[in-house]
Design a protein around this ligand. Structure first.
Ligand code: NAG
Ligand code: NAG
Ligand code: NAG
Ligand code: NAG
Length: 465
């Protein structure tokens, strides 16, 4: 309390002195920060009191330090909607000489959503060129190609003047980055800050994309489904392994994110900064959803047209549903080959599990997040590329009574429900009142050693109410 008072009084006093100086003197060189002796003669205490009154009337921590920033935006196309949508998709874009994918990206977003999904989204493009003619040119191009989307209010294009940016030259060179790199990444942080600040109040969720991505079919439905499965509070969920792509936020957090990006804009690249954001809000790890819903289109980065071939291996254009994919954790005691880890099977994606040195102690366990009733199970081992790597001898057990042991969870009791035949396990109508009820774990147990490796391609689980 005292500190605030003191800060306000001293600020008020300095301000007052500056105003008086500006009024009284004609020379523009006055240093406003020094309070000249002559002014001390006036009855300042009363003026301080008045100034303090004036400011304290208007001071609100909530607004002044946490609220939306009044950035002067230019509305190039559209205006904010009258009612809130489910999700805003934000893209910051700069003109690229070599390969400009912005139009392709907009097309990919709209064409991978159904009519119903389209009604729930709004796309905001922030044109971040400091040459206004480039912003106008791009806006015109967007207008030409997406007039129908603009008409129904699902596409907004904005920009702002370069004079609203903090200094971008002569910044310190953290990580020994060359000055152009420092400038590029610092500006990008401000671009993103201005973009998310704009998007703070037009929907419930906000999804960050880049201007060179393609999308999975019906990605909005996939995002909704993942949201339904979140049991605890979260700040950031990611639907991509790449940079600042596919990161989902609560819109209510955006004014804070905007301020966060601005506070540290010249410290590090935005994809590092964003990691600090959710940690600062007590979410230790970003929640990663697989398969990835967004993929880089370009092979060029906008920074000095440098080649940038980062691709997301877990992207699928169309999510193939094989069972209901109840949320689960996967464990194995087999030696894993390269990136073909157990957890690949816990998400509906293109990746499989591949293990070596298979013997009768080898097992693979799936532990479900919530107890489920199972009606049907299908497990496929081997693949067309590796037809020999099937499970030659093994069976499936279902487990109950989940328990936690150090960093692993498992089940106390398991019961066998059947054997693998020719590398495939399949049960269609598990007797739900007995075998398939209240299940916490599923275990694949190897019953004889085999020379071939074991490739588990898919585990499909169909749940029952
Ligand atoms: C956010 O939008 C709601 C209505 O959609 C409005 O009542 C509220 O004043 C807005 N807040 C800000 C900060 O613009
Ligand atoms: C898998 O096998 C290992 C080694 O035999 C054993 O310690 C572990 O308990 C087994 N896992 C399950 C879920 O049975
Ligand atoms: C399920 O199993 C129980 C006990 O074995 C049996 O009484 C019941 O008839 C079975 N139901 C079906 C649909 O097979
Ligand atoms: C600078 C400023 O915002 N002044 C406002 C403070 O609050 C009073 C009353 O709410 C307004 O009349 C002033 O314009």
């Amino acid at each position: 309390m005292r500190i605030w008072h003191f800060a306000q009084i001293s600020f008020g006093f300095t301000f007052l002195v500056c105003v008086l100086l500006t009024l009284k003197r004609t020379s523009p060189d006055n240093d406003c920060l020094e309070s000249p002796e002559s002014l001390q003669k006036k009855d300042v205490s009363q003026e301080i009191e008045e100034t303090y009154q004036y400011y304290s009337q208007n001071f609100s921590v909530k607004h002044d330090t946490l609220g939306h920033l009044w950035v002067p935006y230019n509305y190039l196309i559209g205006s904010p909607p009258a009612s809130r949508r489910f999700m805003t998709i934000g893209i910051s874009s700069v003109h690229r000489e070599k390969q400009d994918y912005l139009m392709e990206t907009i097309k990919s977003i709209f064409s991978h959503l159904s009519e119903e999904e389209l009604e729930e989204v709004i796309l905001v493009i922030y044109l971040a060129n400091h040459e206004e003619h480039l912003n106008l040119k791009t806006a015109k191009e967007i207008e030409g190609q997406f007039s129908a989307d603009i008409l129904v209010g699902r596409l907004i294009v904005i920009s702002t003047s370069p004079k609203n940016y903090p200094p971008l030259d002569g910044l310190k060179r953290n990580y020994n980055d060359p000055p152009e790199r420092v400038k590029f990444r610092s500006k990008q942080n401000v671009d993103y800050a201005f973009l998310v600040n704009f998007c703070a109040n037009i929907s419930y969720y906000y999804l960050m994309l880049e201007d060179d991505v393609s999308c999975t079919q019906n990605f909005l439905t996939a995002i909704r489904k993942s949201l339904d499965q979140q049991l605890s509070q979260w700040t950031t969920i990611t639907f991509s392994s790449l940079g600042y792509i596919g990161k989902l936020y609560h819109s209510a957090d955006l004014p804070q994110l905007a301020r966060f990006l601005l506070l540290f804009y010249d410290e590090m690249p935005c994809d590092w900064l964003l990691e600090h954001f959710h940690r600062s809000k007590a979410q230790p790890e970003m929640i990663r959803i697989k398969p990835s819903l967004f993929q880089h289109m370009g092979s060029f980065s906008s920074f000095q047209s440098r080649q940038n071939k980062l691709k997301d291996n877990e992207f699928v254009e169309v999510i193939e549903h094989f069972g209901d994919s109840p949320p689960a954790l996967c464990y194995t005691n087999m030696n894993v080959y390269m990136e073909f880890v157990a957890e690949n099977l816990c998400f509906p994606g293109p990746n499989f599990f591949w293990g070596k040195d298979i013997d009768e102690s080898s097992n693979f366990t799936m532990v479900f997040q919530n107890t489920i009733n199972i009606g049907k199970i299908q497990i496929i081992t081997g693949s067309t590329d590796h037809p020999g790597d099937t499970l030659k001898s093994g069976y499936v057990e279902l487990g109950r009574q989940k328990f936690q042991d150090n960093d692993k969870t498992s089940c106390k009791s398991f019961s066998k429900i059947g054997d693998f035949q020719n590398g495939i396990f399949s049960v269609d109508n598990l007797n739900i009142t007995t075998a398939g009820e209240k299940i916490d774990c599923l275990k694949i147990q190897v019953s004889a050693s085999q020379d071939h490796w074991l490739l588990i391609k898919k585990i499909g689980i169909w749940t029952q109410k």
